[in-house]
Design a protein around this ligand. Structure first.
Ligand code: SF4
Ligand code: SF4
Length: 70
C-alpha cells in the first residue's frame, strides 16, 4: 500500500487577501507571478515551478498550496 508520489499540488494566490506588496514577485525567479486583467497579482501555473518562495515570502497569507487532481 505504498502511496504514490504523484500527488500534484500548485500554489494559488487569493487576490482578496493580497495587499500588493510585491514580495512574491520579487522572490519568484521563474516569472510565475504576474498582474492579471483585473490588476491583481496572480500565479501563472505554466511558469511556476512550485518552488514555494512566494508562499514563504507572502506576509498576508494570500498564497496557499492546494492539491490538484492528477
Ligand atoms: S512557487 Fe516559486 S515559481 Fe511558483 S510562483 Fe511562487 S516563487 Fe514563482
Ligand atoms: S507577497 Fe502576498 S501580499 Fe504580497 S503581492 Fe504577493 S500575494 Fe500579495
Amino acid at each position: 500500500m505504498a502511496e504514490k508520489k504523484s500527488i500534484k499540488f500548485s500554489y494559488v494566490l487569493n487576490a482578496v487577501k493580497c495587499m500588493a506588496c510585491a514580495a512574491c514577485e520579487l522572490e519568484c525567479k521563474f516569472n510565475g507571478i504576474y498582474i492579471d486583467d483585473t490588476a491583481n497579482y496572480a500565479i501563472n501555473p505554466v511558469n511556476c515551478t512550485r518552488c514555494g518562495k512566494c508562499f514563504r515570502a507572502c506576509p498576508s497569507g494570500a498564497i496557499s498550496k492546494v492539491d490538484v487532481a492528477a
